[in-house]
Ligand binder design. Structure first.
Ligand code: ZN
Length: 354
């Protein structure tokens, strides 16, 4: 088996208040005067005004992340950027949760790759390097700051722009930026990280690299969500990074496959979809689900129930199809022979419990 030559984020800035160094980082870009695109989650309108070193030539876009990022939205933002800049901008920044960071990655890729983003949903379809791009999380857990994908809802599927070019050139991890996240969102996105660790550690593709990151990330998640540690923002921010590193060199599993189906059909946000799916996976991840339920109770979080009842037969079929269209995820759970286990009825059985 050939081993993967793993692309990592080359520049990482971490520490309380480190967002103040963004201006210096941008000024060091050789073509800073060509302008910067700031794609910022709309929830960050106030914080961004005081934190971001925006100059006249730059373009600030407040991203609508009330829905999962779509190929249509990415193409629309890319056109907006192209219309604003006569040449390519110097840098694209994605600031917010996983959705905003993935929008930043996607636009930086689509500025140099023609034909619309739906064409590139898949693995290693991107032809040209992206515009320099920086990720700044204001919500931690998705691991989007380290991943080589930008997950998009397309006309036919929910699938990422997976490529080495997708990886950020720089990330800025400032724990102060995640201190004011609404509780439910904090929990759902944090659980995305926790579930990355469980799926990676329990998976067949696990190895010493992903295990080392996954184990430490899982410990940090427990300090955040079980022990309520006073340094929980720092800890969650690093847990997200390490959980992302863990799955980058292994794979996620059954929960993510089912969650993708929920997002594709019902537009359920990723973290919430994971929580809904994980809650019915006792037989695949028994220990992980038990600890998860403890954290749900401890923080008095509602996990929506009764979803299957409101589905039409057609929606159910699309959901099942979407979840089964992710072979690497199921391989990580059941090995190469996954198709003999993961039948349509098998997948449907889990959706019916949600
Ligand atoms: Zn995830």
């Amino acid at each position: 088996m050939a081993h993967r030559n793993f692309k990592v984020v080359p520049n990482l800035l971490f520490g309380s208040g480190c967002i103040s160094q963004l201006g210096d980082i941008l000024n060091k870009l050789p073509n800073r005067n060509k302008g910067i695109v700031f794609i910022v989650d709309q929830s960050q309108k106030e914080t961004s005004a005081k934190n971001l070193p925006i100059e006249k030539t730059d373009l600030l876009i407040f991203a609508d992340t009330s829905n999962e990022p779509s190929t249509v939205y990415v193409d629309q933002l890319t056109e907006q950027v192209k219309a604003h800049f006569p040449a390519l901008p110097a840098c694209v920044i994605g600031m917010g949760g996983g959705a905003s960071m993935d929008l930043g990655k996607s636009v930086s890729l689509m500025l140099t790759n023609d034909g619309g983003s739906a064409k590139y949903q898949g693995w290693d379809l991107i032809q040209n390097p992206a515009v320099y791009h920086i990720g700044i999380p204001t919500l931690s857990g998705s691991g989007a700051e380290v991943s080589r994908t930008a997950v998009l809802l397309g006309p036919e599927k929910k699938l990422g722009l997976n490529s080495d070019y997708t990886v950020f050139d720089q990330i800025i991890l400032d724990p102060e930026l995640i201190s004011s996240v609404p509780k439910n969102q904090w929990f759902y996105t944090g659980m995305d990280c926790y579930i990355h660790c469980v799926e990676s550690l329990d998976g067949k593709l696990n190895n010493e690299f992903s295990r080392s990151y996954g184990e430490k990330s899982l410990d940090l998640c427990k300090e955040v969500f079980v022990d309520n540690h006073p340094d929980k923002n720092e800890k969650l921010m690093i847990a997200s990074y390490m959980g992302g590193m863990s799955i980058a060199y292994s794979q996620v599993g059954a929960c993510h496959a089912l969650s993708y189906g929920l997002s594709f059909v019902l537009h359920t946000p990723h973290g919430l979809g994971n929580c809904i799916a994980f809650d019915v996976l006792d037989d695949i991840y028994p220990e992980g689900v038990e600890t998860f339920r403890g954290m749900v109770d401890h923080h008095k979080i509602d996990i929506p129930k009764g979803i299957a009842k409101s589905l039409t037969e057609e929606q159910m079929q699309v959901m099942v199809k979407t979840a089964r269209a992710l072979p690497p995820l199921w391989q990580n759970v059941y090995g190469d022979d996954w198709e003999s286990v993961v039948t349509e009825d098998f997948v449907r059985g889990y959706y019916e419990k949600m």
